[in-house]
Ligand binder design. Structure first.
Ligand SMILES: Nc1ncnc2c1ncn2[C@@H]1O[C@H](COP(=O)(O)OP(=O)(O)OP(=O)(O)O)[C@@H](O)[C@H]1O
Ligand SMILES: [Mg+2]
Length: 517
């Protein structure tokens, strides 16, 4: 026999469907009749119908803005409706990589949450245009209607709606297109963007596997660290300093980071920023889930020398030295950037830097020693990653990527040569890349061996040249010293004969004055 609860649930389902049919049917009735019928139906249903309904409008009253909740529900239901609804609608949502499938107007899907059943319906109701509107669809109001049994009220209000919002946001985020932003000089403190599509991933990045894994772990830990950062009272951001010779994969790693984390990239060109105020404005415009990149920080601004320069300037002022030919203002602007080291430090960890949350700040440099220690201290640049010349493990990644080769008889020779000479992953990669259809893995590996041997010879010649140059310089220095020494020896001899060093009187004078020296 059917249980009471099941019966109610079935009745509820029938009633919800009837209400839904009624809502559709009502659209075709004249307005007056529709309103009266609506009033009495609602009263009647209120007595026998144990279900609660919530509506979510597409547009808020506030500036006719599209409701964020509506958008989240739309994303949430897109996964449910694609498998459960019979009539679907495809949307080309701005910023989304894939077509978003949602249920068609006046369609219904059922959802389950912690063992309870809920019904979602997408409704479209026409409202009379009262005035001219710039919003074409505004007189066609769309909304979602959620129906559930009243005994589940607490669960729905307490956790289900939150669950829908969170899931919907996550789905929208995974569908969205990532963007690469650059700061635009012509538009002042503004970002322009293009779609970010870089194929580099940590899988294709050639580096020592243990170190690579530790970076991946660090990034993933950060992305899940919202509560942890809150607990320790730190802004949810992390700084990475990538340093190493050109062509070792610093920029490639930034792309891999973005692909792993699904973050936008903000490529900040510091030389295009007028002053600290503009820098702050740019910072405020950066959203969450972002990687802020400053490439070649040592070249971007003379941040290293700024403190020294200031000191020198002060000394100069004190000495009242004035430039006899005053510079034109535009000339001054071109030569001196007004973004200061303290402005940049504030950008990284001033109070404004906490706005938005979930951000990585990445600096790259070829010369880590040139940077001001304040800029790269832990807390600002939390993790320092050195990208170095290609090791054998890194080579194996490149061989797999470029040639689909896991092992080869030439690997032994390559391992030995990589241990004996320095070659960047960029150079190794270039040698491994087939240049024509006739080239195969064998010929590419052989050409890499040739290049490594040539690099080894070049390095040896360079080292010998440097050693001989150094020896020459040392010999020159030694000769100079000896010359000086012998000159000093001569001086000592003549000095006694010519001048008394303390009094400055000549021996002749002393003799003349009758004083014994
Ligand atoms: N570690 C690596 N793994 C895979 N590919 C790499 C690696 N390093 C360099 N490459 C290859 O070399 C090219 C140049 O590398 P990348 O631009 O990342 O170097 P970089 O360290 O940023 O150099 P620079 O200091 O000159 O900016 C990349 O396009 C990539 O194909
Ligand atoms: Mg680079």
């Amino acid at each position: 026999m059917m249980k009471m609860g099941e019966m109610w649930a079935q009745l509820g389902s029938v009633m919800a469907s009837m209400m839904f049919v009624y809502a559709m049917f009502k659209q075709f009735l004249p307005d007056d009749l529709g309103n009266i019928l609506d009033k009495y139906t609602k009263k009647l249903v209120g007595y026998v119908y144990p279900y609660i309904q919530i509506s979510f409008d597409e547009y808020t009253n506030e500036f006719h803005k599209r409701s964020e909740v509506y958008a989240s529900i739309q994303s949430y239901l897109s996964t449910k409706s694609s498998t459960r609804a019979k009539r679907l609608k495809a949307h080309d949502v701005k910023g989304s990589t894939a077509l978003v499938l949602g249920m068609d107007d006046n369609e219904e899907v059922t959802d389950e949450f912690q063992g309870i059943k809920l019904w979602w319906a997408s409704m479209k109701s026409a409202s009379k245009k009262t005035s001219f509107s710039f919003f074409p669809d505004y007189d066609e109001r769309k909304h979602y209607k959620l129906t559930f049994h009243r005994r589940h009220r607490d669960l729905v209000m307490g956790s289900y709606l939150d669950h829908v919002r969170q899931e919907g946001k996550a789905i929208a985020l995974s569908n969205r297109q990532r963007k690469l932003y650059i700061n635009n000089t012509e538009k002042g403190a503004k970002w322009s963007h293009v779609v970010f599509e870089h194929p580099a991933t940590f899988e294709t990045l050639a580096m020592e596997p243990k170190e690579k894994q530790s970076i991946i772990n660090d990034l993933l830990k950060f992305s899940k660290g919202k509560d942890y950062y809150k607990k320790i009272g730190k802004a949810w951001k992390r700084g990475y300093l990538l340093y190493g010779p050109p062509g070792t994969g610093k920029s490639t790693m930034i792309s891999a980071m973005s692909n792993l984390m699904n973050y936008d990239v903000y490529d900040l060109e510091l030389t295009a920023v007028k002053d600290n105020t503009e820098l702050r404005k740019l910072l405020i415009d950066i959203t969450g889930k972002a990687i802020i990149v400053i490439e070649d920080i040592d070249c971007s601004l003379d941040l290293t020398g700024q403190r020294k320069k200031k000191k020198e300037e002060k000394e100069k002022k004190d000495g009242d030295e004035k430039d006899p030919i005053p510079k034109r203002p535009e000339e001054e602007e071109a030569t001196t950037s007004k973004v200061t080291l303290s402005g940049l430090l504030n950008f990284i960890d001033g109070i404004w830097s906490a706005c938005g949350g979930e951000r990585l700040i990445v600096f790259t440099t070829n010369y880590v020693d040139k940077l001001d220690p304040a800029l790269i201290r832990r807390g600002r640049m939390d993790k320092h990653i050195q990208l170095s010349y290609c090791c054998f493990e890194a080579f194996k990644v490149l061989a797999r990527n470029y040639l689909d080769v896991e092992s080869h008889e030439l690997f032994g020779t390559i391992e030995r040569l990589l241990g004996e000479t320095d070659m960047t992953p960029a150079d190794v990669a270039e040698n491994l890349m087939p240049k024509s259809d006739t080239e195969d893995a064998d010929s590419c590996l052989k050409s890499l061996i040739e290049a490594l041997e040539a690099a080894k010879v070049e390095a040896r010649v360079k080292a010998e040249e440097e050693a001989s140059k150094k020896a020459e310089e040392e010999a020159k220095l030694k000769a100079e010293k000896e010359k000086e020494k012998s000159a000093n020896g001569k001086d000592e001899v003549t000095c006694n004969g010519a001048k008394d060093e303390v009094t400055g009187t000549s021996v002749a004078e002393v003799k003349e004055n009758g004083v014994t020296p």
